[in-house]
Design a protein around this ligand. Structure first.
Ligand code: APR
Ligand code: PHB
Length: 389
């Protein structure tokens, strides 16, 4: 088989890049390790910046998001027993769209199928080859047979545990990483969310987050030890701990119910540099991971896709490699600003080992200054809604 751009991974990065390229007349094939249902079974955050919603519209996959998504003009910060609303739209004239990543992925898969895009699911041992030359290719195994895809470029959209970054280890790859000393225990329950907007809570017992998937489906998180046992968290224990970390009036308003999903996730900050090796590009989680506190993961995948799409379109339309030559530097400039913001949100809202009562007071003072300063709140707002591409 031959294509112009071979894409490894059928997550948001691969699907979005594949659709934009295909719509621009550039041939693509996506090769995915697991089944379509498995991809759709992943539970991931869905706070979309305008840049992401615009790209979904450009890819012709935004209609259901506009119908079913929840536009949010602000969110709440709670600390020292008090509530403070960050008025995103009032401060910076922008909002975010709450729409689950699973739905984003589903809409992109439907769009790809409707436009005849080729995706090969359940492809084993996908490997990129000869990407430092001008005739790269992929190999993979399916139904016991090895296949080869010759191409012009390879987009490594295969996430943190994929094959693309592994293929460039030892080729000048620099890694920057911080693993946080705690995790998030998250549940989903078919109950109305406690508030129409998200609530981020700093508390001496630990961080808590009140989010949602719809007006009838809630998503809640509490910070917990990395080695905690999910099975030891009964629903009752979760609801009690969540309420203990919220201001009284909020805690009393929480509607509880049986969890339909419960999982523990570690928090990590990770950047691989550079994001380009000849004709292989690292995109999205393949190149970087942010702690979920700032909800930037999906949104950084979107800006990577935008930059790479523009570069590849320019290569084919204008016979110019200017765009792909600057892809890595351009993407990493925005990645590191989102890393900074995500680290600040995580450092300010979470309970760290041995931070003590002094450390707690400093966090509360930081938040108290922020909510009392239009300049500081505006800075928070412009980062949360997404910095310009
Ligand atoms: N071969 C083929 N496919 C692979 C391989 C491989 N060796 N390794 C991983 N994959 C697939 C995964 O099964 C997954 O479907 O690549 C896809 C990567 O998708 P994501 O991990 O979702 O990464 P990305 O598309 O960059 O999306 C980033 O999604 O995962 C969230 O938190 C993340 O919000 C961020 C966004
Ligand atoms: C979520 O809804 O899962 C979510 C929302 C906002 C975050 C993190 C996760 O910052």
């Amino acid at each position: 088989m031959r294509t112009q751009v071979a894409i490894i991974g059928s997550g948001p990065s691969g699907l979005l890049l594949g659709q934009l390229l295909s719509d621009a007349g550039i041939d693509t094939v996506i090769v995915e390790r697991v089944s379509q249902d498995y991809v759709l079974g992943r539970i991931r955050a869905g706070v979309l910046e305008e840049g992401m919603t615009n790209l979904l519209d450009e890819a012709g996959a935004g209609a259901r998001m506009h119908r079913e998504g929840l536009p949010h003009d602000g969110f709440d910060l709670t600390f020292s027993g008090r509530h403070h609303r960050i008025d995103l739209h009032g401060l910076v004239g922008k909002r975010v769209m709450v729409y689950g990543q699973t739905e984003v992925t589903r809409d992109l898969m439907d769009r790809r199928a409707a436009t005849g895009g080729v995706t090969i699911y359940e492809a084993a041992n996908v490997q990129p080859h000869d990407f430092e030359g001008d005739k790269p290719y992929l190999t993979y195994e399916k139904d016991g047979v090895e296949h080869r895809i010759d191409c012009d470029f390879i987009a490594g959209c295969d996430g943190f545990h994929g094959a693309s970054r592994k293929a460039v280890e030892g080729k000048g790859l620099e890694i920057y990483e911080r693993v946080y000393p705690f995790g998030w225990l998250g549940i989903i329950a078919e109950v109305p969310p406690v508030s129409h907007e998200l609530v981020y809570s700093n508390h001496a017992r630990g961080f808590a987050l009140c989010s949602m998937r719809s007006t009838t489906r809630s998503r809640y998180y509490v910070q917990c030890p990395l080695d905690d046992d999910v099975e030891a968290w009964t629903d009752d224990r979760f609801w009690d701990e969540l309420r203990a970390r919220l201001p009284r009036e909020t805690a009393e308003a929480v509607i509880t119910g049986p969890s339909i999903e419960k999982s523990l996730a570690p928090l990590r900050s990770f950047v691989a540099e550079p994001l380009r090796f000849g004709r292989l590009f690292l995109v999205g989680d393949a190149g970087h991971i942010v702690p979920p506190t700032g909800a930037k993961g999906l949104n950084l995948a979107a800006s990577d896709v935008r930059y790479l799409f523009e570069g590849l379109r320019e290569h084919y339309a204008d016979r110019s490699d200017a765009g792909i030559d600057v892809y890595s530097a351009r993407a990493l400039k925005r990645v590191w600003k989102a890393q900074r913001f995500s680290a600040w949100m995580t450092n300010t809202l979470h309970r760290f080992p041995d931070m003590g009562s002094f450390g707690q007071r400093v966090q509360e003072a930081e938040l108290d200054y922020l909510v009392g300063s239009k300049a500081a709140s505006t800075s928070l707002a412009e980062n949360y809604v997404g910095l310009p591409y």
